[in-house]
Design a protein around this ligand. Structure first.
Ligand code: TRP
Length: 464
């Protein structure tokens, strides 16, 4: 692709060294992208928004908006070579605009903290499901028993808080010790293993689930089911699952060697991440329809369908345990990425030690997370605006803060940065560069604004 990219000269160096190879960078970004977003969130959001049409809009958002935002984030990160707040301040001034662009970085730090506060709660469920799987409670389970088991679990605030605490402690531990590098190895193993298990599940779904019904649900677009909120949810999901819009990928880009192709790396991550989400949908929906479950059931969907499949297959206890171990790992590598911007900021700005910063940030996130943990039990009836506390934090972050961050990032890369700066990072003025620039300057900003305006009702409804 862009292999004839010229090595740029006289550039800044990151203080923290560089990724050892292009593969190391792709693995790190994959580790942050592949997580609960693909396997837990995508199926349940698609289910709540009627399937086909939502999936189509989500795919369009990934390609037309997600891809240029990701490339912009990486190129900004590599050019600035600092934490996102410092990078936006520096480049804003360097490109002859304003230092105030740092607010994009600040917004990202806040978004990361809020996302992790609920991410940790759901990741806690995953950890708890390792133990449940191993205990064999799902052997020969029916739709009713798995639902009852899930209901009993999330209904207990003590268990949910305990699991959230365990996950947050693990995340703080890794971030405090700064041993993310070991995670490169973990991701190298985890992503293929997760894929493999998804394929095992897919075979089960094809043979024992209502595969035709699942396929039809996911790929037959019914635009009547597409409300204004569904379009916004599809955009939000594209941002969430790709980890973009909050500077996390910008922070990773800061360590990217000059000669690595940003376009090729982004392409690999986008394709990998999207395939895993689609695969998860192909596994889950046939099981939903075969077992009389409701696709619009919400955040418990994966926890009620997959144990059912594992409970029926031979070796299910083993596969199920491994699956939830892998999913916990995937959530863990994402959790670390979510915490990193805030920790890096505390370290650099307030000269805290890494361990101190991790404990301060992680402790605050744990505290905030209690609100989400309780929103599934004690506070389940406390609803406002979009629903429970969890629903509101999720809506605010995925559907508003991330797309807004992405909007400013593409405007910055497409309009504020000069052509030569971006072309230098993206390997020259070739056809791929022109496609990126068209998407970053026009398609992505207009697309995001369009979805926002639609969601607040300033544009007409789709014809039903
Ligand atoms: N992409 C992650 C997932 O799908 C969640 C996520 C969103 C994330 N933003 C992030 C992870 C930033 C790391 C960094 O589960």
């Amino acid at each position: 692709m862009l292999s004839n990219q010229e090595p740029a000269t006289g550039k800044r160096k990151s203080l923290h060294g560089h990724w050892s190879s292009r593969m190391a960078f792709i693995l790190a970004v994959m580790g942050s992208a592949v997580g609960l977003g693909n396997i837990w969130k995508f199926p349940y959001i698609a289910g709540q928004n009627g399937g086909g049409a939502f999936v189509l809009v989500y795919l369009l958002c990934v390609v037309l908006i997600g891809m240029p935002v990701m490339m912009s984030e990486i190129l900004i990160g590599r050019r600035g070579r600092r934490n996102p707040i410092a990078t936006m301040t520096l480049l804003g001034a360097e490109e002859g605009s304003s230092r105030h662009w740092k607010f994009v970085g600040t917004m990202g730090v806040v978004a990361g903290i809020l996302i992790l506060s609920y991410y940790s709660v759901i990741a806690g469920w995953t950890v708890a499901y390792i133990l449940k799987s191993a205990s064999g409670v799902f052997v020969n389970a029916t739709g009713e028993t798995v639902s009852a088991e899930f209901g009993r679990f999330v209904g207990s605030w003590q268990l949910v808080v305990l699991a959230h605490t365990a996950f947050m402690a693990l995340t703080i531990f890794v971030v405090a010790r700064g041993v993310e590098r070991g995670l490169e190895q973990a991701v190298r193993f985890m992503v293929p293993a997760l894929l493999l298990l998804l394929f095992v599940l897919l075979i089960y779904s094809i043979t024992s689930g209502s595969f035709g019904a699942g396929l039809a649900f996911m790929f037959t677009p019914d635009f009547g089911a597409l409300t204004r909120d569904s379009v916004l949810a599809a955009l939000g999901q594209a941002f969430f699952t790709l980890s973009i819009g909050m500077g996390a990928i910008m922070a990773y880009g800061a360590y990217l060697p000059e000669e690595t192709s940003i376009t090729a790396s982004s392409g690999a991550v986008v394709i990998g991440d999207t395939s895993i989400a689609i695969l998860a949908g192909l596994v889950i929906f046939p099981l939903v329809f075969a077992n009389g479950l409701d696709p619009a059931d919400g955040p418990g969907l994966v926890f009620q369908t997959l144990p059912l499949a594992f409970g029926q297959m031979s070796g299910g206890v083993f596969f199920s345990t491994i699956f939830f171990v892998l999913l916990s790992f995937a959530a863990w590598t994402s959790g670390i990425g979510l915490m990193e911007p805030a920790v890096a900021y505390l370290v650099e700005r307030f000269h805290r030690s890494r361990a101190e910063a991790a404990v301060i940030v992680g402790g605050s996130i744990w505290l905030l997370g209690l609100a989400t943990a309780l929103s599934f039990n004690v506070l389940a009836d406390f609803k406002f605006y979009k629903g429970t506390i969890f629903d509101n934090i999720d809506h605010l972050t995925s559907n508003i803060l991330l797309p807004l961050g992405g909007l400013f990032i593409v405007i910055f890369a497409g309009w504020v940065m000069c052509r030569n700066s971006t072309a230098e990072e993206l390997g020259g003025h070739g056809p791929l560069y022109r496609v990126w620039r068209l998407l970053a300057r026009f398609v992505a900003p207009v697309g995001i604004l369009f979805v926002f305006l639609k969601a607040v009702g300033l544009l007409p409804e789709f014809a039903a």
